[in-house]
Design a protein around this ligand. Sequence first.
Ligand code: NI
Length: 138
Amino acid sequence: MGELVRFGVAVDEELLEKFDKLTVARGYANRSEALRDLMRDALVQQQWQANEEVVGVVTLLYDHHARSLEAQLTDIQHKYHEQILSTMHIHLDHDNCLEIIAVRGTGRQIEELATKLIGMKGVRHGKLTATSTGRGLR
Ligand code: NI
């Protein structure tokens, strides 16, 4: 971690008031912590756009009874085995399965993989959460 640096930012009073309210609502200890999180979030977005190595989590909610869907989802994951860190399968109830897949690769690889999985017929809801390997975010 580098040294802590203080800097001044000129900002519209109303905007700052709104930001401070948001900071409290989101449970931040102070304005600085909220601002640091926004900066890191922007840096993570940039890592994805620049096709750097990133980390993500794909969640899939799908129909347990959809014919051959489970096998097809597994086939896709085998094709991307180098990007799959771990998969957790939860039998939510009689009809619904939840799969949580942790992935690591270039931004493009991960987006391609997530799009294939989420787009499968029988997947009722799918989401890619984009995060980082942690590099460059201190
Ligand atoms: Ni299941």
